[in-house]
Design a binder for this molecule. Structure first.
Ligand SMILES: *Cc1c(COP(=O)(O)O)cnc(C)c1O
Length: 410
């Protein structure tokens, strides 16, 4: 073994019994193949770094896809979750717990939600959108408008909102009455939304589509159009929420009828949330109409409260803005880079050629984890604690990876 592995230990499995290749062979024989072959076997993390089973270190610029807001093994999150587990780890939803209530109140406060608003806790983004989908059915209307290239999750309801044909087609028929219109087009919304529309579902910035930012007036127009027709406006902030874009939520100056959260909220512990704005909307789902076993359990609530606390205490919204700007400015200048787009620490590097996978592979070899979200787009969604020095180390390594990818095409 090449490195000091003493920091890696588990009382459950001897982490050193195999190297990466052997672990991956075992993975291939035991884990369902929906994710393909994992790129690395990771055994440890600290701050914005992770280590693989062969002892190699990586700067994590993906953060578990916008999940590890506080990086890895953050001491405050670890202690909050550990203390809660040692006190009361789970209760059914026949009971509640003060941390669950406190997290609900904190989320409503950050969202600026009016009196009568309420949250539903679940465990993932797709579940949050599933709950939102059920909410729309209670309006008495069934028609839903979503956006082309939208990603809202993989369960059947959320999948019906998701646009990508490769994800949808194998599972037809999906729950019905969902129409997709071009993202960012106010005219398309105006044409599609009428008095039979139950809801419009939108991501404020489309994450899985490659960090696509709509025109500045888009969400306000969506709000005006939905209001005029008595339709709900539901914003999916699963990826963009909880400080990712440098503000608590990516939608600013618009009050939706509902918002879904997940990814960053638990800092790595599964927490999803449907936030329903106003008493009238909150009354759409009545007792017995929805539920979950794990949602909002004390550990999840502790993780959510701890994550929100550290983001505020350590000024991580401001950090997301400054380091995000540093990244978007710093990636420019190479002939293979067409541009950068993004907000805060959700950034995309646009390439002039469809070689994102190759660039990402070379970066991984160099010790940097990024995501080739589209053939010509690299996505960055690092921990909100990423420092300027760490960002600089990535910017210093990027040109060599771009050069290697360029050589492969010429
Ligand atoms: C990731 C994501 C989801 C799905 O969340 P899961 O936790 O993977 O179910 C939904 N919407 C958006 C915008 C996402 O980025």
């Amino acid at each position: 073994m090449s490195a000091d592995l003493s920091a890696q230990s588990s009382p459950l499995v001897d982490l050193n019994q195999d190297d990466s290749a052997a672990w991956l062979a075992r993975y291939g024989r035991s884990v369902l193949g929906v994710f393909g072959t994992p790129q690395r076997v990771l055994v440890r993390g600290e701050g914005s770094y992770v280590w693989d089973a062969d002892g190699r270190r990586y700067l994590d610029l993906l953060g578990g896809i916008a999940v590890n807001a506080l990086g890895h093994a953050h001491p405050f999150l670890v202690s909050a979750v550990t203390a809660q587990m040692a006190t009361l780890g789970h209760v059914s939803n026949f009971f509640t717990h003060p941390l669950q209530i406190a997290l609900a109140e904190r989320i409503l406060e950050l969202a600026g939600a009016p009196e009568g608003s309420a949250v539903f806790f679940c465990n993932s983004g797709t579940e949050a959108n599933e709950a939102a989908f059920k909410l729309t059915r209670r309006t008495g209307r069934t028609r839903i408008i979503a956006a082309e290239k939208a990603f809202h999750g993989r369960t059947m309801g959320a999948l019906a909102l998701t646009h990508k044909q490769a994800y949808r087609e194998p599972f037809a028929p999906l729950p019905g009455d969902v129409e997709h219109v071009p993202f960012g087009s106010v005219e398309a919304l105006e044409a599609a939304v009428d008095d039979s529309t139950a809801a419009v579902f939108l991501e404020p910035i489309q994450g899985e589509a490659g960090v696509r930012i709509p025109p500045a007036d888009y969400l306000a127009a969506a709000r005006r159009i939905t209001r005029a027709h008595g339709a709900l406006l539901i914003l999916d902030e699963v990826q963009t929420g909880i400080g990712r874009t440098g503000t608590w939520f990516a939608h600013q100056g618009v009050t939706p009828d509902a918002m879904t959260l997940a990814k960053g909220l638990g800092g790595g512990i599964p927490v999803g949330t449907l936030v329903v704005y106003g008493a009238e909307n909150a009354a759409l789902l009545s007792p017995g109409q929805h539920g979950t076993t794990f949602g909002g359990n004390p550990i999840a609530a502790a993780a959510g409260l701890a994550t929100l606390h550290v983001i505020e205490r350590d000024g991580l919204l401001e950090n997301a803005v400054t380091v995000g700007n540093q990244l978007s400015a710093g990636v420019l200048g190479h002939p293979l880079v067409a541009g950068a787009r993004g907000q805060g620490l959700l950034q995309a590097i646009e390439l002039t050629q469809p070689v994102a996978a190759s660039v990402a592979a070379h970066l991984l070899e160099a010790g940097f984890i990024v995501n080739p979200v589209a053939p010509d787009t690299i996505r960055l969604a690092p921990p909100l604690i990423l420092t300027a020095e760490q960002a600089e180390s990535f910017l210093a390594a990027l040109p060599a990876a771009l050069d290697l990818a360029s050589q492969e095409i010429s």
